[in-house]
Design a protein around this ligand. Sequence first.
Ligand code: MG
Length: 295
Amino acid sequence: MRLISVRTAGAPTLGIQAGERWAAASDLLPDAPPTMAALLDAGPAAVAALRAAATVAALEAVGRPLETSELLAPVPRPGKVVAIGRNYRAHQDEEGVDPPTSPLIFAKWPSSVIGPAEAIRWDPELTSQVDYEAELAVVIGTPARNVDEADALRHVLGYTCLNDVSARDLQFADGQWARGKSLDTFCPMGPALVTADEIPDPQSLAIRCRVNDRLVQDSTTALMYFGVAAIISHCSRAFTLEPGDVIATGTPGGVGIFRDPPELLGDGDVVTVSIEGVGELRNVCRHERVPAVVR
Ligand code: MG
């Protein structure tokens, strides 16, 4: 099942995607949770009920065209976005650092999340080194605290594409990464959350990134140092992963800053993250000047 969040009448609506069409959850099941947040609150029984109602015939009967709908991030405002650094050998090599001995955790502010319909925006006076990072994102479905690796995947609601957009000049100048990774719009996600039953092995997916039409990252999630289950278990030893939390599992080699010469993003560039069986997330880049807010 491909779950989406669609802006209808200014508010997010939970939908199910079927090909080029989608249906509102509430059109399939009268008492369905109206939003992704409500579905996450309701838990696995609500997901199962929705799956039972989302038959091909039902989707065809109430489907609306995807093309004319505004997609938000599937989880429009996660409680937290946990990101993992240096989780692929080729990216760790290009950074010139030692292999990690455990998952390297950092944070992206939930306010940086956008969907496929929005642009990645930045002020060129604040940063001149904006970079892409294609990543498999994990969306947590049930609370996970102190779980073993063998049980970890039971807590996954599903998967989506994520671009861990990074302002390299801010990231490297600060010495820690929260600011450079958390500019508004720097966490595009989507387009759909593909439920875990459709991705039996998250460690066997082709993952790619294109800038305009140029292939810049081309790898597989098989090459992660720490797979999804290991990451969930590791995080859960330290803090509770809650429904709707998102884990960005790290990026393969090929990011712009470590190319020779560096190839960073500019106004008008289009970045596409694609993951086998999960989807394709495309965002345009825009320079913008942010006016001072006077109250
Ligand atoms: Mg990253």
